[in-house]
Every structure is written in structure tokens, then in C-alpha cells.
Design a protein around this ligand. Structure first.
Ligand code: HEC
Length: 605
């Protein structure tokens, strides 16, 4: 008797949220079958977003796609954007790319691997069409494309064109017909639905995911602005968590796992982890699942402790203080180029480098360039480029650089560091006193690590352009192993990939960052170094978004060219690699640093 009112309440709630969720969809980001990233809010300047629910080998979808082509021809020029959405987590990308050869399939197929978008759209069958109003992110139409689709392809004549009528009404600002029949399509299986909110345990299911993927940054004293320190904090931040998970902003630094080679410690949640988190949040982020009695039990998040040593790699052999940088409370701080004098009395072999930011709230990233004594005469600053190789760097969440496989980098006596330092303001004035620790080999290592770059330095990105593609390459002159890749662009950077074009004519993608986020300058380290035979060209391809759709863009009305300052742009794909033949003996014996040839001397297109 006592539990009856509660039961009613929970029924009523799940009904209401079911309906609400079906019409209002939050922003979301999905990759398409070619690995391109699409965030719905980016299409906010469009009048409508149309989705066709797709499944491989589904005849109803194939027929609908053909007739949808006419609708696209009519409405695309009027500012309507069209996608297919594949909500079948198990269809792999190769199979979907194969299916995309079908006539009428020349549009991006969004891959909803965790099925969370399909769930929030309230989709249950294939071949349905949906219209989202991007201004409100609500579903304003859901049903059959036309009468044929509603009757499963059996109607003699096309009859009513429901989607066309809906788009016409929407564009004219008129109200849409309410009673649109559904298309006859296949039922979609949602295996993840069995993970409903009431069966998910905060302590056993949620906390381990947060611990493995989020808490390293989200704890007191770490870089994230809020701490995942208790159930109450998580519950309070749950709506934002859902948003950043659905738009793939967090965890930061996600790559396209299908296209990229396996990387060390790469960010991202499994399908099951995404479903657990979102379903739990949708259920109201309960402290206890049904029947679980957590009363008096310790909150496992609150019980976590953190050991945050200053230098995570241990005590460095050399520690340098970077000259203190005063940072204003507000405004945009241009990149600063800060020299650090090393005062070395001999050549040294470096096995690792670590930066300890003075004020994590403002230090955004560092790229450390090495200026060797030879650069002093031909200091290349006249063309606005810091001469020298990049040796190391810092970014929130980036691991300190350690050179693997008993390899190291040579810093010659007389060399100095030039740090490209980027700060963001935090609302209060502060002084950043960053330190850099250098770890040395006692004996010269077996191998020599080099730094290179593929990029482009001469470009002009027109004003208001949504996608301006750029490309650059690094020629690998002798047999080498590639270890890591660090894409670097400024505010307008949109995506970047690295491809190895081998001398035998084959090529393969090594890394794809489909949604570059200027806030994060990650360095991606290959699990297994990739062999690059002499003559391999490492090609970076990417694009800039200089439109007002890019929320980070400081000024879409201006063309942008290459430059050192934040308001200018850069298009660099940094690499760390070692030439097979380079040993400390060959390097110090021969004098010249081979790697210099590829320093910042970019392909000059
Ligand atoms: C590498 C460090 C790092 C990791 C890992 C990380 N975060 Fe964050 N998070 C940040 C930083 C820094 C910010 C603030 C700056 C920003 O929004 O990019 C932030 C912001 C957020 C916000 C607030 C967004 C806003 O606009 O206010 C949420 C919510 C969030 N993170 C959730 C998560 C979740 C959930 C995970 C794990 C799945 C996670 N984060 C993993 C560093 C991290």
C-alpha cells in the first residue's frame, strides 16, 4: 500500500519524459560513413535537418532514398540539409560504405553506434523520415516520405508527399500536418535498452567509468573547472554531462578509431559505457538503483584520493623556470614566444621532457622549439616562423613526452628553447610561472629521435568560408619509424588527418582527428611505431572553418593567412620519428643534424 503513490509517480514520469525526449532532442555529434564529423548545431543556419533512418540491405530504405533525391533537389537550395542515420550499432563501416554505392545514397550516413540518437529521436523502424528544426532542436515531422512509403511500396501512384508538404509548410512558417502515417520499415532492435536507468548502479557501473575516463582531469587541483567529487556533484552536472557526451566534447581528444592506427591511451567511451551513462542520467542520476540500499554506504567518488606529484616522471635532471608571464583577467592573449636559455656546458641526450604549468587555469598550451647554435646566424624570424624543430610540448591532458625504445633527442651545447605559449584568460589577473624539467640519459641512447612537420605555411583562407581545405607533406628521406603525431591549428582548425603514401603506390591513414578542438593540443602516440620506407610521403589533410558557424572564430568577416599569432592561422602536422640509420655516433660524428632538413622547411605550396 505504502509504495503505491511512488509507483504511480514513476510511471507518470517515464511517460512524460518519453514523449518529451521524442520531440526535443539535444545537440549531438556523429561521424558519417566516411569518417567526417557532423554536429547538428553547426547546421543551425539551415532551415531544417532531414534524416532518413537507414539499414543495410533494406529495400524500403533503398526505394525511399531514390524518391528522396527529388525532395533533396528541391529543398537543398532552400537551406535544408539531408542525412541518413544508421541506428544499427552492429553494421560495420565497411558494409555501410558498400551500401552507400546504392543510387540515391550520395549523402552522409551518420553512424549512431550507441543508438542513443535514435533513442532520443524516438525512432523504432527504418525508412522513416524525420525533420528537425535546428533553431529549437525539436523534431517537427516524423513519418513516411510519401504514400508509397506509408504503404510499403505497394501504392500505384506516389499519392501524397508528406515530407515535401511538411518542408513546404515549415519554410512558409505554416503549421505542419499532425497525422502523418509511419513508413513501413523494419523494426530496429535496441539491445542497449535493457540497460534501463533503474538497473544501473551508481557505485558499480557509473563511478568506474568516470574514474577511468574523466576523474584524472575532474578532481580538485586538476585542470577541469569542476570536480567529480561526490554523487551530488555528478547529479548537478548531469545535464551538462549528457550534452558533452552526446556532442563528443568530452572526454577531449577523441579520434576516429576506425580510420586511425591504434594509439596509446586514446580518449573515448565504449558503446556500452555511453549507454550506461546516458541512460543513468536520463533516469535522473539516482544514487541507488532499484532494490540497492546505499544508505550509509561510502560514496566511492568521494573516497578517491589523488597523488599529484609536481613532476609526474620523477625528479628531472635539469629544471628551468620559464620567465614569469603576467596574464590579464579578460580578453584574448596573443601567442607569446618566450626564450628559455638552457646554458648547457655540453651536448646532452634527452629521454623525456615535462612541463609543469604555473597556473593551469590560464596556460593553454606550449610548443617547445629547439634553436640550435647553427640557427643563430640564420634566425628565421623574418618570415614570422620560429626556426627549429619542435621538441616537446604541453597541453591539458597531454602526457609528458618520453622517447621510447631507448631513443633520445640531442640538445647541443649552446642551444636554447623557444616556447610558443598560449594563454586563455580566466576572469582574474594572474602570473604564470611554468617550469620545464628535462630528463637526461647518462649514456647516449641506442637511437636518435627526430622531430618533423608536414604542413602548409602559405595560404589565405577567405572570409566566411565554412570549409577551406589545406594540405601539406613531409618527405621521409631515409627509412624511418614514426612514433607520434601532433596536429596543430588555431581557432579555425576543423579537422586533420595523416596519411602515409608509400613508395610502392599504396597508402594508409595513420590518424584522423575528425573534430579538431583548439582547446586541446593532443599528441597522439602510436602503440606500434609505423615503418616508413625511404621515399614515403606523410600527407596531412585538413580544413579551416572561417565562418560564423565556428563558435571559436574571433572574426569570420576577415580573410586569414598563416602567422604566429592566435588571430592568424597555422596548419602543422608535427611528427616524432627516428631514422633507422641515425645513432648517436652517426649524428655527433657527422656534425650536421639530418632532422634539420625537415624542421620547419615545409613544402612551399
Ligand atoms: C583531459 C582532461 C579531461 C578529461 C579526461 C575530461 N574532462 Fe571534462 N573538462 C575538462 C576541462 C579542462 C573542461 C573545461 C574546458 C572545456 O570545456 O573544454 C571540462 C569541462 C567539462 C564539462 C563542462 C562543460 C561546460 O561547457 O561547462 C563537463 C560536463 C565535462 N567536462 C564532463 C566530462 C566527462 C563526463 C568526462 C569523462 C567522460 C570528462 N569531462 C573528461 C577536462 C577533461
Amino acid at each position: 500500500m505504502k509504495s503505491l503513490p511512488l509507483l504511480f509517480l514513476s510511471l507518470a514520469l517515464s511517460f512524460a519524459s518519453g514523449v518529451g525526449a521524442a520531440n526535443r532532442v539535444g545537440d549531438f555529434t556523429l561521424l558519417d560513413h566516411q569518417g567526417r564529423s557532423h554536429q547538428m548545431s553547426w547546421y543551425g543556419d539551415h532551415k531544417a535537418i532531414v534524416l532518413l533512418i537507414q539499414a543495410n540491405g533494406d529495400q524500403a530504405v533503398r526505394d525511399t532514398a531514390l524518391r528522396l533525391k527529388n525532395v533533396r533537389d528541391e529543398f537543398e537550395p532552400q537551406g535544408v540539409v539531408f542525412f541518413m542515420l544508421n541506428p544499427l550499432g552492429e553494421d560495420d563501416r565497411a558494409a555501410i560504405a558498400q551500401e552507400a554505392q546504392q543510387p540515391g545514397y550520395d549523402l552522409p550516413i551518420l553512424l549512431d553506434e550507441a543508438q542513443l540518437v535514435a533513442e532520443s529521436l524516438g525512432v523504432s523502424r527504418t525508412a522513416q523520415t524525420l525533420v528537425i528544426d535546428p533553431a529549437t532542436m525539436t523534431v517537427v515531422f516524423r513519418g513516411a516520405l510519401d504514400e508509397v512509403a506509408a504503404q510499403g511500396g505497394s501504392a500505384a501512384a506516389p499519392g501524397k508527399n508528406y515530407l515535401t508538404d511538411a518542408l513546404t509548410a515549415l519554410l512558409a512558417g505554416e503549421s505542419l500536418a499532425a497525422d502523418v502515417p509511419a513508413a513501413v520499415g523494419a523494426l530496429i532492435d535496441f539491445p542497449g535498452r535493457s540497460l534501463d536507468g533503474s538497473s544501473i548502479s551508481y557505485a558499480q557501473d557509473i563511478v568506474p567509468i568516470l574514474k577511468d575516463n574523466c576523474v584524472t582531469c575532474h578532481h580538485d587541483g586538476a585542470i577541469a573547472p569542476w570536480s567529480m567529487s561526490s554523487h551530488a556533484m555528478i547529479k548537478g552536472w548531469s545535464p551538462m554531462m549528457r550534452e558533452v557526451l552526446m556532442t563528443r566534447r568530452m572526454p577531449p581528444g577523441q579520434i576516429d578509431l576506425h580510420l586511425s592506427k591504434p594509439m596509446e591511451g586514446v580518449a573515448g567511451l565504449s558503446v556500452r559505457e555511453q549507454q550506461l551513462l546516458i541512460h543513468w542520467i536520463n533516469a535522473g542520476s539516482p544514487r541507488n538503483k532499484e532494490g540497492e540500499d546505499g544508505a550509509g554506504a561510502e560514496d566511492p567518488l568521494a573516497a578517491l584520493t589523488f597523488d599529484d606529484p609536481k613532476f609526474t616522471l620523477g625528479e628531472p635532471d635539469l629544471i628551468y623556470k620559464v620567465p614569469a608571464q603576467g596574464i590579464p583577467a579578460t580578453g584574448v592573449v596573443d601567442y607569446r614566444y618566450v626564450p628559455v636559455e638552457l646554458n648547457l656546458d655540453r651536448d646532452v641526450w634527452v629521454r623525456a621532457m615535462e612541463f609543469v604549468p604555473g597556473d593551469r587555469a590560464v596556460l593553454h598550451h606550449i610548443i617547445a622549439y629547439l634553436s640550435s647554435p647553427a640557427d643563430k646566424t640564420a634566425n628565421g624570424r623574418d618570415n614570422g616562423s620560429p626556426q627549429g624543430e619542435s621538441v616537446s610540448g604541453f597541453a591539458p591532458g597531454r602526457q609528458p613526452d618520453t622517447f621510447r625504445d631507448n631513443s633520445g633527442r640531442l640538445i647541443r651545447k649552446g642551444s636554447n628553447l623557444l616556447l610558443q605559449m598560449h594563454y586563455t584568460t580566466s576572469g582574474r589577473e594572474t602570473v604564470d610561472e611554468t617550469e620545464v624539467g628535462i630528463y637526461l640519459y647518462d649514456q647516449p641512447p641506442t637511437y636518435v629521435m627526430s622531430g618533423g612537420v608536414a604542413g602548409q605555411r602559405r595560404f589565405l583562407i577567405p572570409a566566411n568560408v565554412k570549409e577551406h581545405q589545406l594540405e601539406g607533406e613531409q618527405l621521409i628521406e631515409r627509412d624511418a619509424y614514426l612514433y607520434s603525431m601532433t596536429p596543430h591549428m588555431h581557432f579555425r582548425g576543423k579537422y586533420m588527418s595523416y596519411t602515409a603514401a608509400y613508395p610502392d603506390g599504396t597508402s594508409e591513414v595513420l590518424l584522423s582527428v575528425p573534430r579538431y578542438d583548439f582547446n586541446w593540443q593532443f599528441s597522439y602516440e602510436l602503440k606500434e611505431p609505423v615503418f616508413l620506407p625511404a621515399g614515403t610521403r606523410l600527407i596531412v589533410k585538413g580544413a579551416m572553418d572561417n565562418s560564423d558557424r565556428n563558435p571559436r572564430n574571433p572574426d569570420p568577416s576577415r580573410p586569414v593567412h598563416f602567422g604566429l599569432q592566435t588571430k592568424h592561422e597555422m596548419f602543422f602536422g608535427f611528427t616524432t620519428f627516428r631514422y633507422v640509420g641515425d645513432t648517436p655516433q652517426s649524428l655527433t660524428g657527422g656534425g650536421a643534424l639530418h632532422a634539420k632538413a625537415v624542421g620547419l622547411g615545409l613544402s612551399s605550396q
